[in-house]
Design a protein around this ligand. Structure first.
Ligand code: SF4
Length: 305
């Protein structure tokens, strides 16, 4: 059986649209559409930009970890490679690439000037590490995707850093996500299992600049973050069981806002030419018909038995 997993991407998807989440994470046999086909031109470049910037940063950190400091030309060269490779989309959005290159480059250059990254670039800390978000830890039966982007040992504690190239989600979700890094770290075999061995730092790109924050992480706050994650997981598991039991997604709620559909890769198979409101009406009628059929089936069974 698949273990439940928590990741910020998965929760965000679920909150935006339980059906899109189920199509993505529950194995229903639905074929995943080609990634580039249904995205809105206004959202693809942004995702592409974040992905390319993050991939470039990981390579830059890897080089730094091995004692190599990149020049601006190296940074720009690798960034362009990632932007061009990103989903092959550069061919579809040739005029957007220049703007993305400029924004990403500015983000990556100014990131070096943040308090946290300055410590690394000036080699003020001897012990540090970087992680891919895809690295999960098993925490109390849950695969937890909450790896810190960077972790450094400084002033007798491990600082766990969450780096966001896009504006942070709702402040409560952002704090929960940051605090879950502690649960992730405590489950890591090479790291301390005491919650007081860690402090948190967030670095978020907002309104054209990096903002550094230091969320608190008392034991009570960490437990609260874990129970919020469990609440998300329970809701997701409920939908998962429903889909596996019914063998279809007819009863799974659709998106709460039309904006979620604009960037959804399932849009053509889910909505087709309909609006979200009309798809919701169709869903309701379909469910009523289904219930009526089931009610008359059980009435017939009762009368013949
Ligand atoms: S098109 Fe809209 S309602 Fe359908 S799965 Fe995607 S986000 Fe959900």
């Amino acid at each position: 059986m698949d273990l439940p997993h928590w990741s910020q991407t998965s929760v965000q998807r679920f909150l935006e649209c339980p059906k899109a989440w189920a199509l993505t994470y529950v194995h229903t046999g639905a074929r995943r559409p080609l990634q580039h086909k249904q995205r809105s031109p206004s959202t693809v470049p942004h995702r592409m930009q974040v992905r390319a910037a993050r991939a470039t940063l990981i390579e830059q950190l890897e080089a730094l970890y091995n004692g190599e400091v990149w020049s601006d030309e190296q940074l720009e060269g690798r960034l362009m490679t990632h932007l061009e490779q990103s989903d092959g989309s550069s061919r579809r959005y040739p005029f957007g690439l220049e703007g993305q290159r400029a924004t990403c480059l500015f983000q990556l250059r100014t990131l070096k000037q943040t308090k946290t990254l300055r410590l690394l670039h000036r080699q003020r800390v001897a012990t540090w590490a970087y992680f891919e978000r895809s690295q999960a830890m098993l925490v109390r039966g849950v695969r937890l995707f909450a790896a810190p982007d960077i972790m450094l040992f400084h002033q007798h504690k491990w600082t766990l850093v969450r780096l966001r190239f896009a504006p942070e989600p709702h402040p409560l979700v952002a704090e929960m996500e940051a605090r879950l890094m502690v649960h992730w770290a405590m489950a890591h075999p090479a790291l301390p299992s005491r919650p007081d061995a860690y402090r948190l730092r967030t670095i978020t790109w907002r309104q054209g600049a990096w903002h550094e924050g230091s969320p608190t992480a008392t034991q009570a706050e960490q437990m609260e973050a874990w129970s919020m994650a469990l609440t998300d997981l329970n809701a997701m598991q409920f939908v998962r069981r429903q889909v596996l039991r019914d063998g279809h997604l007819a009863a799974v709620p659709l998106a709460t806002k039309t904006s979620a559909c604009k960037a959804c890769s399932w849009r053509s198979s889910c909505l087709g030419e309909r609006s979200l409101a009309s798809a919701k009406r169709d869903q309701l009628e379909g469910l009523l018909t289904l219930h009526q059929n089931e009610a008359s089936k059980s009435a017939k069974t009762a009368s013949t038995s």
